[in-house]
Design a protein around this ligand. Sequence first.
Ligand SMILES: [Zn+2]
Length: 361
Amino acid sequence: MQRTKRILTATIAVLVCASIIVGSSTEVDAKTTREELMQIRKDKLKVMDSIASGNKTLEKYNAQMAASQKAIDDVQVQVDKVDVLKKQAEQKEEVYQKKFNERLRQLYERGETGYMSQLLQSNNFSEFLVRFEMVRLLAQQDYALLEDKKKATEQVQVQIDKLNQLIAKQQKEVDKSKDAFNKMMAEINKSKGKLKELQGMEDANESELIDINKALISSGKLKFPYTGPLQRPMDYPITSGFKFRWGRMHEGVDFGTQGKIGIPYRAAADGVVVESRVSSGYGWLITIYHGEYNGQPFYTRYAHSYPYEVKVKVGQEVTKGEIISAVGNNGHSTGPHLHFEVRIGYGAKPPAKDPMKYFGS
Ligand SMILES: [Zn+2]
């Protein structure tokens, strides 16, 4: 967001500037390309936001699926327990079924003749009736017991059915979350495709803008108002100031990093990179043009980094605070530090100024 704002500020600055200068076609080209680039970057941020929120939604669905699955697992544990009870109930039922069957078999085998002979053997009819009644009661009792066992088995089955219904319900939830997950995944993949497309467009526009800026630099037409004050390129102490030392002028300030290399440093203000090259004294020199300051071009320079740390190209537009390279010990340097200069004016080497006078609070 901050970056977009800065680009916007820079663009407005250029627009103001373009209206002052009688615009050559390249100025117009730069403006159009810059506006396109801004739009692409905005679109890219939107797509990146939607991917990020999509990923969050995926996490939510994942959590839902996990919760439903956990519920299923918990119910399954209960089902397994009740299954054991069911087996026990069925075994009991089987035992009583056998008993009852046996009783029936006995009754059948004896049959009417059996009872007839019993009747004949009985001393009297009432004794027979008592015996007959006893057999009938035993059979009735066996049957009642069997019914009990059957009921017990059924009750366990009802419990199992209820639990299975719970599982089915949770399974539906899992499927619902899975569907939502897959849909969101498809959307994210679509956004990723879009992002790739936008990235390609951004790269193309950036290099187009770089080419236009390069043409403006070489024709001396790169011009826009300075937007200060400067921001310190890094949060490290200044170990040597802008002063006369070792028999000559020290034309900048040094930010010391206590022997460490690779600490990144940043552009001091919005601008366009006009130099990024090897230099015997500076080791590697990056120069950024920040616009017209009291009618004169304002530059900052950054020295001693290693070429592999450099993040910017000539013609590239940078925003204040953007990382441009990292501290090295390259060139005439007695230890890792950033040598930072402010130069205002014309010529191959415009006059150096004390950077301390241009930093904001
Ligand atoms: Zn220095």
